[in-house]
Structures are given as C-alpha cells and as structure tokens.
Write a protein that binds this ligand. Structure first.
Ligand code: SF4
Ligand code: SF4
Length: 249
C-alpha cells in the first residue's frame, strides 16, 4: 500500500474540525463542473477503508438482492459487492483518545496500459464496465477517499483557516487526469457536493470530532443560482459563529 488511507481520511476530517478551524472559506472553484471520466488514471492500488455504517450499507444491498427478483436492477454489481464484503478485515485505529473500528479491503491489482502514462498497477476495481471503457466496479459503494478526487482542503496552520476548493493544476499534470474543470453553474454539481459533505459529516461524527460540516451543508443547500455562489463563496462562512463564540466566552 503506497498511501495510508486512514491518514488520507483524517486529512479531510481535521481541516473541518472545530478544534483546528477558526475560519472556513468555500472557494468559487468548488462549484466548477468536475466531470470525472472514471478513466482510472488516478485509481492507485491501495487498501480501501470503510466505516461500519458503509459496510452495513453493502450488506443491506446484498440481502435486498437475494430477496428481490433477479430482473430488478439495484444499480450495483452484486458479485463485486460480495467480493468486496468478503475481503473486508476489521481493525482499530486511535483517533484522539478513542479507538475506532474500521474495515480494510486489500485485493490484487489490475495492470493497465495508458498511452500517456505507460503500464500501471491500478486498483482492483478499475475495470472495463462500459463498452470496454474503464470505470469503477464498485462506484455505488466506493470509499470516502474515492469520492473526493479533486476536492482539496487547504489548511493554513498559522491562522487556522481552511479553504475548500477543487484544483486541477499539479494533480492533473502528474496523473494525466483528462478532466478540464468548467466554470459553469449546474445544480447537479451542488447536489454532488451535498452528497460528499453529508458523507464527510458522518465520518466526523463517527470519529466523535466536532465539525463544521453542517455549516458547509447549510451553505450548499442555499445555493440555487450562480448569484448564490457570489454571495457565499470566498468569505468566511463561520464569521457569525465566531462572533457568537466570543460572546460565549
Ligand atoms: S484521473 Fe481524473 S478523470 Fe480519471 S478517474 Fe481520476 S479524477 Fe476521474
Ligand atoms: S474503488 Fe473505484 S474509484 Fe476507488 S480507486 Fe478503485 S476503481 Fe478508483
């Protein structure tokens, strides 16, 4: 495993925690259209980490599929989810002063040849799913680290400020990610962000970390037009909360 995915998960959790963060800014770039082509160039071979509620969700899909007529499509490949569940190993991590149970899936890699990246070891689930195009075999139940490919939490330790946005340069150059972000308002982008931050909120709650996900979600749920982005972005969304905190002291 080249990347410690538990650390990667915590690198999303801490920048939105009440303890670390005094100012939180959503950059306008967060709302750019990020059309991931699920091409697999960034799907490195690493352990996938899941929380117990995600494993429960996978088991629910499996038990539902055995109850339902096989002609009913659940939007997920049941054989893949079964293989994933069978591969899970329970382990514990210390976060703060507490121990938490997590699940790790370690499965063999795939070899793919990309004309612009050469021969690469890729994630077990980076497989042809559509007309021989590569995709994610477990997209519906993929882990938090897979669901945030471009969202970046830029944390400034000095002033405890977190900026959340998406970044194309650097990562795209190194990984040859073909996505070009488009500065265009689409309500699907906002809905997608809401799903991501609802998931991050569940992770923070699981690790018992007080966090500002609900404030981020309040902003995201208030964005209905491009003008709303101008109203809420590039400014501290915690400013009223900080004032309240001053009065509370
Ligand atoms: S490299 Fe870019 S387009 Fe390809 S799977 Fe990763 S994020 Fe999506
Ligand atoms: S689980 Fe899916 S999205 Fe995540 S690395 Fe593997 S192929 Fe890519």
């Amino acid at each position: 495993m080249s990347v410690n995915n538990v650390d990667k998960i915590l690198s999303y959790v801490y920048p939105v925690s009440v303890e670390s963060c005094k100012s939180l800014v959503l950059n306008k770039s967060l709302f750019y259209v990020d059309g991931c082509e699920v091409c697999g160039r960034c799907c490195i071979h690493e352990d996938l980490i899941f929380l117990p509620f995600e494993v429960d969700g996978m088991r629910d899909i499996l038990s539902l599929s055995t109850k339902l007529d096989s002609s009913i499509h659940l939007g997920a490949n049941i054989e893949y989810i079964q293989e994933l569940v069978d591969s899970l190993q329970e382990f514990a991590v210390d976060v703060g002063n507490n121990k938490f149970v997590l699940y790790r899936s370690k499965l063999p890699y795939q070899i793919h040849i990309f004309d612009d990246r050469g021969v690469l070891k890729r994630c077990h689930w980076n497989i042809p799913v559509n007309d021989d195009k590569l995709g994610c075999g477990i997209h519906q139940v993929s882990s938090l680290t897979c669901k945030f490919p471009h969202v970046r939490f830029m944390y400034n330790k000095k002033n405890k400020t977190t900026h959340v946005g998406i970044m194309q340069y650097g990562r795209n150059w190194a990984l040859k990610c073909p996505v070009k972000f488009v500065k265009e308002f689409r309500i699907e982008t906002v809905e997608n962000l809401i799903n991501k931050f609802e998931l991050l909120s569940k992770y923070c709650d699981y690790f018992q970390i007080d966090n500002y996900c609900s404030n981020i979600l309040d902003v995201l749920r208030s964005v209905h037009t491009e003008d709303d982005i101008d109203r809420f972005c590039d400014k501290d969304i915690l400013v009223n909360i900080s004032k309240k905190r001053l009065f509370d002291v």
